[in-house]
Design a protein around this ligand. Structure first.
Ligand code: KIV
Ligand code: ZN
Length: 514
């Protein structure tokens, strides 16, 4: 039986970025987009152009640099949002506008304060506005999971007539149950006129832990696009995890009449990159990309796998990119080899100075840690990609005294907006003392919500990667820092978060009409 194509629409950079503190800089988004392109994702939802100038710039930059995937911008069903999206994707090799309006009684009445007739009219207008920019238009009925099926049929018929090519049926609040969601998709495809002229898409949230199951049930019912994110990142409990959808379809090719074009060996690198950039760690027992996903602990399992791998393994670790940890560079590698490897990873440093600074840090790291992996390079350049305007606070010096039975003492010198300041503080441990010394200088008053340390690679000489989540007022940011010395990694991550709080470029989320 010949397989149909299942479109993989990745929304890590849009819905994924809506996770608290997961906001990414433009440079970080470009790196993620390049990795998604390398993984052969069909559509990259690069952001929500009208949400902020920062979102707009990032979508525009991604549209300019990605050539193999369609680049998409989200827009509410109003003319301003759609125009911003159209402008942002203008230079894409293939660009899509994804416009949406809510269709559930509760959203229409309480949020939009619009009648069903007005919603249909607005949806049709939105598709009309989008057509001025591209033929590739996706329409989503927000909260379709709680919408009346007769009304959905009416809206979808009208937007298909107006020119929408992809019809998305989001389970916005993660309320659906697989058999019932599949039935909804099946009935929509049966009932909506011209349903065979469009691609039916699903977008599931994970509030009941059913996002992947719902998406797969919908594929069996005829959906041919799945919207998903790397590591299942996303609002609240997240979105359907791309790696789980792709591997389920591939592993159970006997059940699914579809195939994707994803290069599955790029899944683990993508997972690590997104986790590193957003500071959202991957739980060890997470399917496909968790550190234990292919580890066998019990003697019986180990024995079985050694005798015949398929006794306990349904996928091969190397097929999803595990054990691809290449020893990329070493102490004797030159600047050119370093630059070439960065380019292969989709990393471009803005200037020769930035490249020189990153290369100097690479040499320092290679002295401390003999084997340098791709993950180390990503962590290392993360700091060089921060522009001077984004770096109000800079670590100049840090020293910690820690001995048995004594309170650890930290001395820190920071460069704050060009002026050096020094502070000394004691704390419960060396990291606590360092953070207190930083706060003596910065006086941010931010609340520390999360502090986590992960080893980037194996071995005691591995770089520690630290994530710090800070909250101030309404804003929550994540900071990252990496070093073989975890106190320094911690200081860098704390300062990275402070710089994000300080940055005026940080977005103010779009609110208001439609
Ligand atoms: O969850 C949702 O409904 C969305 C839409 C904008 C597609 O993210
Ligand atoms: Zn969503």
């Amino acid at each position: 039986m010949s397989k149909q194509h299942l479109v993989i629409f990745d929304t890590t950079l849009r819905d994924g970025e809506q996770s608290p503190g997961a906001s990414m800089t433009k440079e970080e988004k470009i790196r993620v987009a390049r990795q998604l392109e390398k993984m052969r994702v069909d559509v990259i939802e690069a952001g929500f152009a009208a949400a902020s100038p920062g979102d707009f710039d990032a979508i525009q930059a991604i549209a300019q640099s990605v050539r193999e995937s369609t680049v998409c911008s989200l827009a509410r069903a109003n003319e301003t949002d759609i125009r911003r999206s159209g402008e942002a994707i203008k230079s894409a090799a293939s660009g899509r506008i994804h416009t949406f309006i809510a269709t559930s009684p509760i959203h229409m009445e309480k949020k939009l304060r619009m009648t069903p007739d007005q919603v249909v009219e607005q949806a049709v207008k939105a598709v009309g506005w989008a057509r001025q920019f591209t033929d590739d238009i996706e329409f989503s009925a927000e909260d379709a999971g709680r919408s009346d099926i007769d009304f959905l049929c009416r809206v979808f018929e009208a937007v298909i007539q107006a020119g929408a090519r992809t019809i998305n049926v989001p389970d916005t609040v993660g309320y659906a149950i697989p058999f019932q969601y599949a039935e909804t998709i099946r009935r929509l495809i049966e009932r909506v006129p011209n349903s065979d002229k469009v691609v039916w898409s699903v977008h599931c949230h994970n509030d009941l832990g059913l996002a992947v199951s719902n998406s797969l049930a919908a594929v069996l019912a005829g959906a041919r696009q799945v919207e998903c994110t790397i590591n299942g990142l996303g609002e609240r409990a997240g979105n359907a995890a791309l790696e789980e959808i792709v591997m389920a379809v591939r592993t159970r090719a006997d059940i699914f009449p579809v195939e994707t074009r994803i290069d599955t060996t790029q899944i683990v690198p993508a997972s690590k990159l997104v986790s590193q950039i957003t500071g959202y760690p991957v739980q060890p027992n997470k399917a496909v990309v968790g550190a234990n996903a292919f580890a066998h602990e019990s003697g019986i399992h180990q024995d079985g796998v050694l005798k015949h791998r398929e006794t306990y393994e349904i996928m091969r670790a190397q097929d999803v990119g595990w054990a691809q940890n290449k020893l990329v560079l070493g102490k004797h590698s030159g600047r050119n080899a370093f630059k070439t490897r960065l380019a292969e990873l989709g990393i471009e440093l803005a200037s020769d100075e930035a490249l020189n600074a990153a290369f100097a840090r690479f040499k320092e790291l290679a002295d401390k840690k003999h084997e340098i992996f791709d993950e180390d390079l990503h962590a290392l350049v993360s700091e060089e990609l921060v522009t001077p305007e984004q770096e109000h606070y800079k670590l100049v010096y840090s020293h910690v005294c820690s001995e048995t039975g004594e309170m650890p003492l930290a001395t820190v010198i920071l460069n704050v907006g060009g002026v050096e300041h020094k502070a000394l503080a004691g704390g419960g441990g060396p990291v606590d003392a360092t953070f207190k010394a930083i706060e003596r200088i910065a006086g941010s008053g931010a609340e520390l919500l999360l502090y986590s340390v992960n080893a980037i690679t194996t071995g005691t000489d591995a770089q520690g990667e630290v994530t710090t989540r800070l909250a101030k007022g309404e804003r929550i940011v994540n900071g990252n820092g990496a070093d073989t010395d975890i106190v320094i990694a911690s200081a860098r991550s704390y300062l990275n978060a402070l710089n994000k709080l300080h940055s005026s470029l940080d977005k103010v989320r779009a609110q208001g009409d439609i």
